[in-house]
Design a protein around this ligand. Structure first.
Ligand code: AOF
Ligand code: ZN
Length: 336
């Protein structure tokens, strides 16, 4: 199952909003096949694993290790449970049950009804951690929310005059670009959009661009900003009515000024099937997520630079789960 989890990870950045799933097939203690869900809309892990087996006559004496309950529904592909039944595999060992209402136990029930031995819960905690975005999205009906910023050794996020000043080092910046290929969307507030003029695209890594999200409540941001270059899907949230709902790749969404802004924003992102969002700042937006209590993870790049004065970074909440050296910075990760 450890191997299956490793394989599952190879789908990162390619399968959202589907989960990352890996599968290995073992005959008499020998690995005879393996596969993973490589691409959204493509074959599931079990299909790829079965296809990789050279001698299918071994399958009735084999055990299938799969990180997610085999599906029972006709989605973009036929049900994996049916495939395993058709191949008459002996046993199926599963890491996590599939919370997707289209499956939710029916895959396991189908296998058992066909006389296949089924075991569940092997390395379940690792599996849930790997697919925490998928589980949060399905179970809580909202994207997985990651708050991220860089701060100086003395706790400042920017100089007081808003002048853009790199705080984290080049390796940290490269890591953030890698994240941009893996997470569905990156969000910034009005001041960050205006003063940092971020592009929120992928330049220092290779992979697909994320969706950009900008909060511009009164639609006052200048159209000359990179965010409005139309080069990648961009969602602009306001509380005033836009002139047009869609301008090329830019979508304007007017929320109800009387209702809670973040609650509506998060619900809208869920409707758009955005499974994970990295909130990049600024301080006001980060603080509002902290106060709402609706967030999952914090990533802080702590630099050794000292500013002496400036815009104070938010006070971190949550429990520290890891500390990692990234070039000259420390990356501290917290979970809610
Ligand atoms: C599996 N094996 O490798 C994956 C599964 O639209 P579809 O047909 O691709 O179905 C997507 C759903 O199938 C997804 O939401 C999840 O419930 C399950 N994913 N199931 O048996 C896999 N990726
Ligand atoms: Zn499937």
């Amino acid at each position: 199952m450890s191997r299956a989890l490793e394989l599952a990870k190879l789908g990162r950045g390619h399968v959202s909003p589907n989960p990352m799933v890996g599968c290995v097939i073992v005959h008499n203690g020998r690995l005879i096949g393996e596969g993973w869900h490589r691409q959204y809309g493509g074959p599931h892990a079990e299909v790829n694993a079965v296809r990789s087996v050279a001698d299918e006559s071994l399958l009735p004496e084999s055990t299938v290790y799969v990180t997610l309950e085999p599906c029972s529904h006709f989605g973009k592909t036929p049900p994996c449970a049916d495939l395993l039944i058709e191949k008459k595999v002996k046993k199926v060992v599963v890491c996590n049950d599939d919370p997707n209402p289209l499956v939710a136990g029916q895959g396991l029930a189908k296998l058992r009804a066909a006389g296949i031995e089924v075991e569940t819960g092997l390395l379940a905690e690792q599996g849930r951690d790997l697919n925490r975005r998928f589980f949060t999205f399905i179970e809580q009906k909202r994207p997985y929310l990651i708050l991220k910023w860089a701060e100086t050794a003395d706790g400042f996020m920017a100089p007081s005059d808003f002048r853009p000043l790199p705080i984290s080092g080049s390796l940290s910046r490269q890591l953030v670009h890698k994240w941009r290929t893996e997470e569905d969307a990156f969000l910034v507030g009005t001041n960050t959009a205006r003063y940092d003029n971020p592009q929120l695209n992928v330049r220092l890594w290779s992979g697909r661009n994320p969706v950009r999200i900008v909060i511009d409540k009164t639609l006052k941001l200048p159209s000359s900003l990179h965010l409005f270059d139309g080069l990648q899907p961009t969602l602009v949230y306001s509380v005033v009515h836009p002139d047009a709902e869609t301008v090329g790749a830019i979508h304007y969404i007017a929320l109800d000024a009387e209702a809670d802004f973040l609650t509506q924003l998060i619900a809208d992102l869920y409707q758009r099937k955005i499974q994970s969002v990295v909130v990049e700042g600024g301080v006001g937006v980060l603080e509002s997520f902290f106060s709402s209590g609706v967030w999952d993870e914090v990533n802080v790049f702590k630099s050794s630079k000292v500013l002496g004065d400036g815009l104070a970074a938010p006070k971190v909440r949550g429990r520290l789960v890891s500390t990692e050296r990234i070039g000259e910075d420390w990356l501290m990760t917290y979970r809610n």
